[in-house]
Design a protein around this ligand. Structure first.
Ligand SMILES: Cc1cc2nc3c(=O)[nH]c(=O)nc-3n(C[C@H](O)[C@H](O)[C@H](O)COP(=O)(O)OP(=O)(O)OC[C@H]3O[C@@H](n4cnc5c(N)ncnc54)[C@H](O)[C@@H]3O)c2cc1C
Length: 433
């Protein structure tokens, strides 16, 4: 009987377990996690924080689902990996042998590095415990300072506003999420934040967090301002949890490097999810996705390979449908470039693909309630961003994912006054018939 061990009870680990169980009813599958609350929806934390859903909705599995999976679940931390002996060390339960191992250890939020960072009241939104801590602090706080970029900083802001906290948002640069959004898009988000009462501080960082009796009492900014507050919320990016892999001598870069079969540099060890930096067969680059659905698919493909099938992983177009400052946004494929000063690493809920700016011409249209930007390549659309009205979201996802030849409409799209939405809709409808 093959002994499988999966380290990590996130979406990548769970999806691998489901696949292994489907392939082999009698396999011994052990799953180890140091998360005390087990498997829950991490993206859902934002909606639980802003009180849109109760906490119990975060858990996708029922007792019956767990029973059907028939796993040996262990709560503990894996402290050592020996690839030659095919053995791991779990704290507190001890050594465990495997035939095939999956590292699905995810990524953790990068902490802030300023004086006062360890005071009570400095929070992040990474795990369920963080969300509970924020909710508890909200009971006594009136004002919060938020730092960071990307999705998480905005989700923190929305959560705090929902609890009637006055928010000061500090941005290092001149605008929000510079490596994914263009200037017009950043301004749309910023305007909405201001409308919701958020005070924006551009070109401003935290110089130090001041405290009283171990708790946050104020933030002193690099502009010399002192903002009294009880809460400092941080979303400056995430770092893959690859210490085990590094200690074991596996090849790592920004994440654990794998080939297209999700195999690491060590025999019988695979990686999937936020921790994995996977060789992309299309671009020939090793890239990280910090997204739920790719994590799920990677877990599935890793499991097939662990079970002896040779199944390459084909990265699908990176898509996320988000709500930022109350505005629905779909981000598809390569849309941005450059560096975001507010993020020290890749952001949660995003993909390294989004940061690429291939050889495209960006065309955009803005209406009162909607905005669309298309990245028009030589023969295909390479990326798109849809804000507000989402009727173009699905057509664009399909046209980009299937690399549909846009030659018939390319010149129309490149007209300065083109109605991009109409051209895309008509073309998409024609491709369907
Ligand atoms: C607030 C928030 C909002 C998000 N929004 C979006 C979104 O809008 N769209 C989207 O697509 N994605 C979003 N994401 C990202 C998405 O949730 C992640 O990409 C996904 O959960 C990653 O799953 P994973 O299985 O790779 O890792 P994780 O879910 O991080 O799981 C890692 C597991 O490994 C365990 N582990 C790690 N090291 C050890 C060890 N040494 N010993 C034992 N156990 C260990 C942990 O306990 C955990 O169980 C969001 C995430 C957060 C937190």
């Amino acid at each position: 009987m093959t002994r499988y061990i999966i380290i990590g009870m996130g979406v990548a680990g769970i999806s691998a377990a489901e696949t292994l169980r489907t392939l082999d009813q009698s396999a011994e599958i052990a799953m180890i996690s140091d998360e005390p609350h087990g498997y829950y929806s991490r993206p859902g934390l934002a909606y639980s924080l802003n009180a849109e859903i109760p906490e119990k909705y975060l858990y996708p599995f029922s007792e019956k689902d767990w029973k059907a999976l028939d796993l040996r679940c262990m709560t503990g931390r894996v402290t050592h990996l020996d690839p030659l002996a095919h053995q791991i060390e779990v704290d507190p339960s001890g050594p465990l042998k495997y035939d095939r191992l999956l590292l699905a250890t995810g990524a953790n939020a990068v902490p802030l590095n300023v004086p006062g960072k360890d005071l009570k009241g400095v929070v992040k939104l990474d795990h369920l415990e963080d969300e509970r801590q924020i909710l508890s602090l909200c009971r006594h706080a009136k004002t919060a300072v938020v730092v960071g970029g990307g999705v998480i900083a905005l989700e923190l802001i929305e959560g705090l506003i929902a609890h009637k906290i006055k928010v000061h948002y500090l941005l290092r640069g001149d605008r929000y999420w510079t490596n994914v959004l263009d200037e017009a898009e950043s301004r749309l988000i910023e305007n909405r934040l201001v409308h919701d009462g958020v005070v924006l501080h551009f070109r401003t960082e935290i110089a130090q967090i001041q405290g009283r009796r171990g708790r946050v009492s104020a933030v002193q900014t690099t502009q010399g301002e002192v903002i009294p507050c009880r809460l400092v919320a941080v979303g400056v990016g995430v770092k893959p949890r690859m210490q085990l892999a590094q200690q074991a001598g596996l090849k790592t870069e920004r994440g654990i490097l794998t080939d297209e079969f999700l195999q690491t540099s060590a025999a019988d060890i695979f990686a999937a999810g936020d921790v994995a930096q996977i060789f992309d067969l299309t671009t020939k680059h090793a890239l990280i996705d910090n997204l739920w659905h790719p994590g799920r698919e990677q877990g599935r493909i890793a499991a097939l390979n662990m079970a002896g099938q040779r199944q390459p992983y084909y990265r699908s177009v990176a898509v996320n449908v988000l709500r930022l400052a109350g505005i629905m946004i779909t981000i598809i494929g390569a849309v941005g470039s450059g560096r975001d000063e507010d993020l020290v690493s890749v952001a949660r809920g995003s993909s390294e693909t989004w940061l690429q700016l291939p050889n495209t011409i960006a065309m955009e249209n803005s209406g009162e309630l909607s905005h669309v930007r298309l990245m028009v390549g030589e023969r295909t659309l390479l990326g798109a961003l849809v804000m507000g009205d989402q009727k173009l979201s699905l057509p664009l996802q399909e046209l980009i994912a299937t690399q549909t030849d846009i030659t018939p409409i390319r010149s129309q799209l490149l007209q300065p006054d083109a109605s991009l939405g109409q051209v895309v809709m008509d073309f998409w409808s024609r491709t369907k018939n």
